[in-house]
Ligand binder design. Structure first.
Ligand code: NAP
Length: 484
């Protein structure tokens, strides 16, 4: 018999909004989404830096059930994506399920339910918890000597300070992941001087960006097949599969093609041979998350821009001093130094059966059964948790497939046939071992540093094909789960 269950979703970013919509669609009446921030949107709320753009084509970076005709360009700017999520929560009637500025600090499994505590001291309980708390939100702010001495403005890229003037200023950007590259590109025509500090150069995959016209948008609006042709078309999916084949098999023809495209981009588009060598990485393309850009090299060659690949000695009152004694005088320093991607739901305390501590389970590395469930933590499900696919794919598509898997695990509980479900320790240990073994042989393990790696240098990623992921998510293997 169907049972009334209480669901708590943690986080109102892309994945949490998805869970709320799907639970509402299922007819669940008792759903709360707790969000620690003052607005929804997850990564698209946290990041507001100039140049913020999603490097997945806009029409592929939407929920499958909520296509959107109004994108301004093939690759959408961040604020449009944030607005898209705002519109979706209204269109699908889930805004009133979301409670803002309510941070969950504790989830404890006791007597067959999750008991929650929030930062404001209140408490709650739920039958099922969906942790949709995101990956890239705990900022990595390295301690660089002298930081406190700097007299100008210094902030992390995900804590953008809108009160700081940028036009005509001398700006330093530390870090050249996707974020640093987008910021430098955007500021290259605005700053009087812009120094891009690169500890390790990055390969850049050339892509085409173009605006959509009013006519294009009208066509998308009147005929969703035109959106579907982009979202489900061969151009995107063949690209995803070829890219994925290259990630999984670094010796494949697909990987050679990617490397050649990146190499040609550098050779053909950076004209000064000294600058070209500065920008040439000494590891394989796509070992770090590959950067997609249509204009970074152009920006890097603008008169105001200087690429600095030396070692930073310290930050001073007036700028940054390099180990070779060079001084860069700066008004603003942007730390585009990434995130602590191993945190996931932490620092929230999560205690499962018999007081098992998630922090302890993840001491070696964060892991989850097929990236979704945890042995010893019944009725606890993660969206975009550890060991899911990474690469330049749509995380929305990944979350939707993960939801399909979770929905099948929850169904017997909703039907009253079971009270709780968790993967067996044996099944998860087997998955974790096979996954780590395969991950070492992917391009991410080919010899570079990146946020994909655990502390032992093993990629924390899905190491098989995208199709294998879709297949795994299509139906949980019942024998890998224990039901109470
Ligand atoms: P990131 O890829 O982790 O890059 C951090 C950068 O900071 C690296 O260049 C790193 O250098 C540098 N760094 C870190 N500590 C440093 C230190 N102490 N001294 C000097 N340099 C230091 O972070 P991110 O660029 O914010 O990107 C994170 C992820 O966000 C991306 O991989 C992507 O998944 C996502 N993202 C996506 C988009 C998009 O378009 N979809 C845009 C932005 C971000 P090393 O390489 O030498 O470690």
């Amino acid at each position: 018999m169907a049972k009334a269950l209480r669901f708590v979703v943690i986080g109102a970013g892309m994945s949490g909004i998805l869970a709320a919509i799907k639970l509402k669609e299922q007819g669940q009446k008792d759903v709360t989404v707790y969000e620690k921030g003052a607005t929804i949107g997850g990564t698209w709320r946290e990041n507001r830096y100039p140049g913020l753009t999603c490097d997945v084509p806009a029409h592929c970076y939407t929920y499958s059930f909520a296509p959107h005709a109004d994108w301004s360009a093939f690759y959408a700017p961040g604020p449009e994506i944030k607005n898209y999520f705002e519109k979706v929560i209204d269109d699908f009637g889930v805004r009133d399920l979301i409670q803002l500025e309510r941070e969950v600090t504790e989830c404890i499994w006791r007597d067959g339910r999750w008991h929650l505590r929030l930062a404001d001291g209140s408490a709650d309980a739920a039958d099922i918890v969906i942790a949709a708390s995101g990956v890239l939100h705990h900022i990595n702010m390295p301690e660089i000597e002298g930081m406190a001495d700097f007299q100008g403005a210094l902030f992390h890229s995900a804590r953008w300070d809108d009160s700081v003037a940028l036009d005509g200023q001398r700006i330093g950007v530390i870090g050249n992941g996707s974020t640093g590259v987008q910021i430098v590109t955007a500021l290259s025509t605005r700053a009087a001087k812009l120094v891009h500090f690169q500890r390790s150069p990055q390969w850049i995959m050339p892509v085409q960006q173009f605006p959509y016209s009013d006519e294009d948008r009208a066509a998308f609006r009147s005929d969703v097949a035109k959106i579907d042709a982009i979202r489900y078309g061969d151009d995107y999916w063949n690209g995803v599969r070829r890219f994925n084949k290259g990630l999984v098999d670094p010796d494949s023809e697909a990987m050679r093609e990617i490397e050649e495209l990146c190499r040609q981009n550098l050779e053909n588009n950076v004209h000064d041979p000294v600058l070209r060598e500065k920008l040439r990485p000494n590891y394989r393309a796509a070992c770090k998350r590959l950067i997609y850009s249509w204009n970074y090299y152009e920006a890097a060659q603008r008169p105001a821009v200087e690429i600095e690949t030396g070692k930073i000695d310290r930050i001073t009152a007036t700028g940054i001093r390099m180990a070779n004694g060079t001084e860069h005088a700066l008004d603003v320093i942007v730390m585009a130094t990434g995130f602590r991607a191993d945190r996931f739901i932490r620092p929230t305390v999560v205690l499962g059966e018999d007081g098992a501590d998630l922090d302890e389970l993840w001491r070696e590395r964060p892991t989850a059964h097929y990236a979704v469930t945890l042995p010893g933590f019944p009725n606890f499900f993660m969206l975009n948790g550890p060991t899911g696919p990474v690469g330049n794919f749509s995380l929305i598509d990944i979350a939707e497939r993960q939801w399909g898997y979770i929905a099948q695990l929850i169904a017997p509980i909703v039907e009253g046939e079971a009270k709780a479900v968790a993967p067996t320790r044996e099944a998860h240990a087997d998955y974790d071992r096979r996954r780590a073994d395969a991950a070492r042989n992917t391009i991410f393990g080919s010899g570079c540093t990146s946020w994909y790696l655990d502390k032992n240098g093993v990629p924390l990623t899905w190491p098989w094909s995208y199709d294998a992921f879709a297949e795994a998510m299509s139906a949980p293997k019942r024998e890998e789960y224990s039901w109470a």
